[in-house]
Design a protein around this ligand. Structure first.
Ligand SMILES: [Zn+2]
Length: 456
């Protein structure tokens, strides 16, 4: 038993004492002093026993002069209204004292009923506020169940008038909560609990349409290859997930795909010609689970969208190089090629970037060419780009735009050297930094990248 819990009885006893005192005072103030056959002035409570009515049947108080028209009024219970406020304070004190141990243990928000709590989300701006955390805590603790759980998910799917479904605000609050407490079925990692998704919860989540968001720089330098970023999101329960494919508008040529939630993909749009004012893109969204199980899927959504652009100027107009020895040193420490020892051809290196979660990196595009050499020869040149961003929740995220295929050693298969034989250099390239849509600055430099061999 902790020291705090040890004092719980005192808070409860204090609450009970205050409640008894409050109730006693209430009874005394409002019910105690009944007439019991006496006749009293209802204003000054002067004893008017034996008073005689006048000709009109009215009485007059000899003490304060109040005229009383009916005898009934002389037999009223004396209610001391001025004592009601102190009584209320006592009862509020009793309540506060009784709930204090719980509030101290689980927070003041723990006192809010399940049905009310999600409606408080209208006041919050993102999914890591205390109210949002309380919702997530109760769901993971299993405090919502049955109908109440369904209604919670319906509310989360619906958002509120400030945060309608799929709006930026909805995604920061409701969407993020759903992400964190997403119910799952199917194969799970060790330690995760498999659970049936209640039908109501599933229906609520499946009612949220998947979302594709296309972005690019509003201005592109003339002559540089033009790239568009697509972010795809869904809030469906596992194992449901969407698969989006992106096509050139005219020849329906497949150019990229985004799978599942939090997908970020950057793809080239070679069909844009000088003088174009927008990038037109065709997309299709299918349900990947449907695709997997039935091998035939219908489009969940499809359409044509366009992103405005303007082609003018040079890279130098848009991006400022940052030559900072400290940043270069920090990057050299952060960038590693995490490589599984090759078994057949399935091995691929991965970039470890946990160490870049420091403010020095924020809003500077790290972009360039990874140059893979072995046996004194360059075998592959692979573009890679990242940017570290501050999130509204106060921590940094790394936007990584590479896909694993891009870094596949299989590109260099003819030599099949062991990973130990590889040397990797990374050199900055402003043309690749353009693909980081929001960047106005890019790191300029060149570093050696250590290859870390894991055998798992
Ligand atoms: Zn009187």
């Amino acid at each position: 038993m902790t020291g705090t819990a040890g004092l719980d009885w005192l808070w409860h006893a204090c609450g009970a004492a205050l409640a008894i005192a409050g109730l006693a005072l209430l009874v005394w103030a409002l019910l105690w002093d009944r007439a019991r056959g006496r006749m009293r002035c209802p204003k000054c409570w002067y004893d008017m026993q034996g008073a005689e009515a006048d000709d009109a049947g009215a009485f007059k108080c000899p003490e304060c002069g109040r005229a009383i028209r009916h005898e009934r009024k002389l037999r009223r219970t004396r209610r001391r209204w001025r004592w009601v406020l102190p009584t209320c304070l006592l009862l509020i004190g009793a309540f506060a004292s009784t709930v204090t141990p719980k509030a101290k243990r689980d927070g003041v928000l723990s006192l809010v009923p399940n049905a009310v709590l999600p409606h408080l989300l209208v006041f919050v701006d993102h999914g890591e506020t205390p109210i949002a955390r309380e919702v997530k805590r109760r769901v993971t603790d299993g405090q919502y169940a049955g109908e109440e759980l369904t209604r919670l998910y319906e509310k989360l799917a619906r958002g509120d008038f400030r945060a309608p479904t799929l709006s930026e605000r909805w995604r920061r609050t409701y969407g993020r909560i759903i992400r964190t407490i997403k119910p799952m079925t199917g194969p799970l990692a060790a330690g995760q609990v498999s659970q049936e998704i209640p039908e109501g919860v599933r229906a609520a989540l499946m009612s949220i349409p998947p979302m594709l968001e296309f972005r690019t720089r509003p201005v592109w330098p003339v002559g540089a290859p033009l790239y568009v970023e697509v972010r795809s999101d869904d809030w469906w329960p596992r194992p449901y997930s969407h698969l989006a494919s992106i096509h050139a508008p005219d020849d329906d040529k497949f150019v990229a795909r985004s799978y599942g939630y939090d997908g970020l993909n950057v793809f080239a749009v070679p069909w844009v010609k000088p003088g174009d004012r927008d990038v037109r893109i065709t997309y299709r969204i299918v349900q990947s689970e449907q695709l997997r199980t039935s091998r035939q899927s219908r489009d969940y959504a499809s359409g044509v969208t366009s992103v405005p652009i303007e082609l003018r100027g040079t890279i130098e107009d848009l991006l400022t190089p940052v030559r900072d020895p400290d940043l270069t040193a920090a990057l050299a420490a952060a960038l590693k090629l995490d490589c599984l020892r090759p078994s057949r051809f399935q091995t691929y290196p991965q970039l470890q970037n946990r160490d870049t979660r420091t403010p020095a990196f924020v809003d500077i595009a790290i972009a360039g060419i990874l140059e893979f050499s072995a046996n004194g020869q360059v075998w592959a040149e692979v573009p890679a780009w990242w940017m570290v961003k501050q999130t509204p929740y106060g921590f940094l995220t790394i936007e990584e735009c590479n896909t694993r295929q891009h870094l596949d050693f299989a590109n260099a298969r003819p030599v099949r050297p062991t990973p130990e034989a590889w040397t990797v250099r990374f050199r900055s390239d402003p043309e690749i930094a353009l693909r980081v849509i929001d960047a106005t600055k890019y790191w300029e430099g060149e570093i050696d990248v250590p290859v870390v061999i894991r055998t798992r």
